[in-house]
Design a protein around this ligand. Sequence first.
Ligand code: MF3
Ligand code: CO
Ligand code: CO
Length: 270
Amino acid sequence: MPSFGKQTPVGAMAVTIKTPEEVSKMRIAGRLAAEVVEMIEPYVKPGISTLELDRICHDYMVDVQKAVPACLNYRGFPNAICTSVNQVICHGIPSKSKILKNGDIVNLDITVIKDGYYGDTSKMFCVGDTPDHARRLIKVARECLYKAIAIVRPGVRLGDIGHAIQSYAESNYYSVVREYCGHGIGTEFHEDPQVLHYGKPGTGLELRQGMTFTIEPMINAGKHHTKLKKDGWTVETRDGRLSAQWEHTLYVTGDGVEVLTIRSGESLSV
Ligand code: MF3
Ligand code: CO
Ligand code: CO
């Protein structure tokens, strides 16, 4: 699985090309995922627990959107969304005892299933007054995603995407997490290919119209090394410094890219 465990060399890949009918369904799933992120924004304030955020998102997906929260019970994950606070890189488990406090940063990663198709997106939030160094990390991580999205079109290779992210992150003296990556997506949560957030230009799989995949760079303020907590899910920076992540689900069009999880008012310019 792309986002789980250490990377292994990629063998034969089964990358699916989506039909226009499938893309229509992915557009709907993507929009629903984006709408959950928009809905939860006003709740992300000092004093709320990450379990409460999970409950609000869960109920919105199930009751309002009539959608399935993809994370819930996925490989045993216990909640509807991932809530990754401060030094947590990804896959943070919502908890009653994890109360957001002034100055925290948090990633909310939302994946919905609608009509059998997945939409996967995540965004960073600042809790109250967040220090400038944390805001800058969040901004650069977002720009890493946007710079990668900007080059997506048929003929571009996955190594070009990884390189765009890695070169920008490292030129800002940040590091790129290696052990977790973006992924193909469609009727399954994690499909081929693996979309690494580092790499060499001109290498790797060539993109074709009809591919759908995520880009979800995890950018660390310190070193790139990770540590899996004993709960089997929570991934933290080994050095305890901050990490930031943004994610979109993308569709490769005939001459560029469509961002299936774009939020209203979101501008992709860097
Ligand atoms: N949404 C994550 C991703 O971007 C995966 C979370 S799986 C879970 O790929 F089980 F941790 F929820
Ligand atoms: Co995600
Ligand atoms: Co993803």
